[in-house]
Design a protein around this ligand. Structure first.
Ligand SMILES: [Zn+2]
Length: 287
């Protein structure tokens, strides 16, 4: 089998895009990250296979494009883990399988996902050991912005899996953190949406948002995303990303009331008050 290796040295202080810019904290600038891409050739299922430290990429794309995907995926993994957990984290074993589907038709045929969706992920956790035993991302190459927005978003979901003990990452925190890995332009779309929804009184109560177990009904999805993104950003700006994830972890274990008191010195009533003030101050909403 023909093997061709490509090595990239990525220094995290020289981020490749806005999404990395926000993620790099001064204490994380230190070590360069080496990203090696091995091209392993065709497998029995007809996929070209490429491999990095934490990803196995299945594709039928140009080598240059695949190497760009590999760089963004590995960078997102390390930057997000350092940002939200203050450490590099364990190596992913098994590695994350990353399928690059050329078209929507290929994607739908092979995943069974609806044509309207742009990506899907699957994560399996062993209930006894609480270890992540399988990680998989399916992406469509025919969607504009796939590498810049969708890939970091989905990779961030994978990086969050298994970081909250026996609990699943709550949806609001999972989606809020994942969107914050995207470009400023994408994040600003949710901010503008939040302003609109706040004026229309279409938002969730914060307790309701945090305690919702799954995605809400379709009509409330825009509010769910806008509010999740802005609330994660708001709390992260208060005390930093690692305090935020500690708050979520404690909130899942002992309830958000106690976790709010411990990490933010407030309760839901206080948080709602600060949140309303934030909406007025930051988004110039008239009440
Ligand atoms: Zn998502």
């Amino acid at each position: 089998m023909f093997v061709f290796g490509t090595i990239f040295i990525i220094v995290l202080s020289s981020p490749a895009s806005d999404s990395f810019m926000v993620a790099v904290k001064s204490e994380n600038i230190a070590q360069p990250v080496v990203i090696e891409v091995l091209h392993l050739g065709l497998n029995l299922q007809g996929w070209e296979v490429a491999e990095t430290s934490h990803f196995v990429i299945f594709h039928n794309q140009e080598k240059e494009f695949v190497e760009k995907v590999a760089r963004v995926a590995e960078q997102t993994r390390i930057v997000m883990t350092r940002k939200w957990f203050g450490k590099d984290g364990d190596a992913w074993t098994p590695k994350c399988e990353l399928f690059l589907h050329a078209t929507g038709k290929d994607y739908t045929r092979q995943t069974g996902a609806p044509d309207a969706s742009s990506a899907c992920i699957s994560i399996k956790v062993d209930p006894d050991s609480q270890r992540v035993v399988s990680r998989c991302i399916d992406l469509r190459c025919d969607i504009p912005g796939m590498v810049e927005a969708i890939l970091p978003h989905e990779t961030t979901h994978i990086a969050l899996a298994g970081q909250f003990g026996k609990n699943q990452v709550p949806r609001w925190a999972d989606e809020g953190i994942a969107v914050l890995s995207e470009s400023k332009e994408k994040i600003d779309q949710h901010r503008r949406n939040l302003i609109k929804l706040a004026k229309e009184r279409g938002m969730f109560g914060l307790k309701e948002l945090m305690e919702v177990c799954d995605y809400p009904e379709t009509a409330r999805i825009p509010a769910f995303y806008a509010q999740s993104v802005c609330l994660v950003d708001f709390l992260t700006k208060e005390r930093g990303p690692t305090v935020f994830t500690a708050f979520v972890r404690d909130g899942l274990r002992e309830g958000y009331d106690a976790a709010l008191r411990r990490h933010y010195k407030t309760d839901f009533a206080g948080l709602e008050k600060n949140w309303q003030k934030f909406l007025v101050d930051e988004n110039k909403i008239d009440h």
